[in-house]
Design a protein around this ligand. Structure first.
Ligand code: 2YX
Ligand code: ZN
Length: 373
């Protein structure tokens, strides 16, 4: 009995996008879905009850951070991530590959694994496919990710090829090391940088290993948006239609819509929570920097069309005041709203798929939000 089951409900006649449902040991949820990021076993500024209030059904946490602090054995002994953070819905953990490359320095990558210095205290650490999987087995997430190398952008073809082939060898080692495939679904990750031939090869090599779901990695790393879309158009059709497809690190409204149109079911990104903490919020007519002086006497909600707690109870003037005075509630309300905005966007996208009008929805949304068509 596999740990998760993907149910394909409908394909949009206008765009080819999919409406689905993923069933996990901690509940099921509709797709396409946006996953709030809770890097260190907490979505910054949000309690589990508040995440449920905004209708979040799956959150992401990071192996790299929890491996360094507090350590996966402590989390295991606390009842895994679900017990430790008291979240009884679904969790996905990233494998640490990307974070090692993006957060720590003094790295040494070998076939065996990666030696790096902790970004916390500079101490020398080592992570391998086996250590990543053992850590994720301890953390107990419903969906875990293969330990991969996310090639830097840009990189030359030869580096990308060598890196992609090592990621495939590492993926095999992850499958072998995985202790509980019936409880935790291990997703493979397709690499290949921005080279079509390598993307096709990686998709074949990774899908030949037969995982319960697949991620498109190596994107949202600084490449032009057009290149990301091209890589999706090449890669996604090579992934099995009866398994979830997850685009890692993507979360701006335009690329959520573009990714769904190209067959992606799952997304995660720190964008809504990170820019929220800096006072930038989404509204139906584009982003606003709510801490700007122009909102000092603006007694309207952040987004008049939003149903969230922050927009129903507070004004831009008040939230600007909270940011200007460094009050924690400001960060929380902006985070709360940005997450609810993206969760509502995914709900609108799912409804557009049901009604076979996702391309029309894109046009309407891009026009109102101020994106170029
Ligand atoms: N604010 C903000 C903000 C900060 C960073 C980003 C880029 C996130 N992009 C990204 N995350 C990723 C995670 C990943 N994890 C793994 N294991 N492998 C990847 O190739 C990978 C690729 C990614 N690309 C986007 C927005
Ligand atoms: Zn709101």
């Amino acid at each position: 009995m596999p740990a998760i089951r993907y149910e394909l409900i409908k394909t949009c006649k206008q765009s080819g996008a999919r409406l689905g449902r993923i069933h996990t040991p901690h509940g099921s949820f509709e797709t396409p879905v946006f996953m709030p990021v809770g890097t260190q076993a907490t979505v910054k500024g949000m309690s589990p009850d508040e995440l449920k209030e905004i209708d979040a059904h799956i959150i992401l946490s990071n192996t790299y951070h929890l491996f360094l602090r507090p350590g996966s054995e402590l989390v295991r002994d606390a009842g895994g991530l679900h017990g430790f953070m008291n979240w009884d819905r679904s969790i996905l953990t990233d494998s640490g590959g990307f974070q090692v490359f993006s957060l720590s320095d003094l790295r040494d990558i070998t076939e065996e694994g990666v030696t790096f210095r902790s970004h916390i205290d500079g101490s020398k650490k080592f992570m391998s496919p086996e250590i990543s999987i053992k850590t994720q087995n301890d953390l107990g997430a419903d969906i875990i990710m293969a330990f991969d190398e996310c090639a830097p952008y840009p990189c030359d073809f030869d580096y990308a090829r060598k890196s992609m082939e090592m990621t495939t060898r590492w993926a095999k080692r992850c499958k072998q090391a995985h202790a509980r495939p019936e409880d935790q679904a291990l997703f493979g990750i397709v690499q290949g940088s921005v080279y079509p031939e390598l993307r096709k090869e990686s998709a074949k090599q990774i899908t030949d290993l037969d995982f319960p779901g697949y991620a498109v990695g190596g994107l949202s790393v600084g490449e032009p948006g057009e290149v990301m879309k091209e890589m999706l158009e090449i890669t996604v059709p090579l992934l099995p239609a009866d398994k979830p497809r997850y685009l890692m690190g993507v979360g701006s409204p335009d690329y959520l819509i573009e990714g769904v149109i190209r067959g992606i079911d799952m997304f995660d990104c720190v964008l809504p929570t990170r820019i929220g903490r800096n006072g930038t919020v989404f509204t139906s007519s584009g982003r606003i920097i709510v801490r700007d002086a122009k909102y000092a006497r603006d007694f309207s909600p952040m987004d008049p069309e939003c149903d969230c707690y922050a927009c129903r109870n507070f004004t831009r003037a008040y939230i600007r005041h909270l940011f200007k005075t460094g009050e924690i509630l400001g960060l929380r309300l902006a985070t709360w709203h940005n997450l609810r905005f993206l969760i509502n966007l995914m709900s609108d996208i799912r409804q557009a798929i049901r009604e076979d009008r996702l391309l029309d929805f894109r046009k309407e949304f891009f026009t109102r939000f101020g994106y170029p068509l």
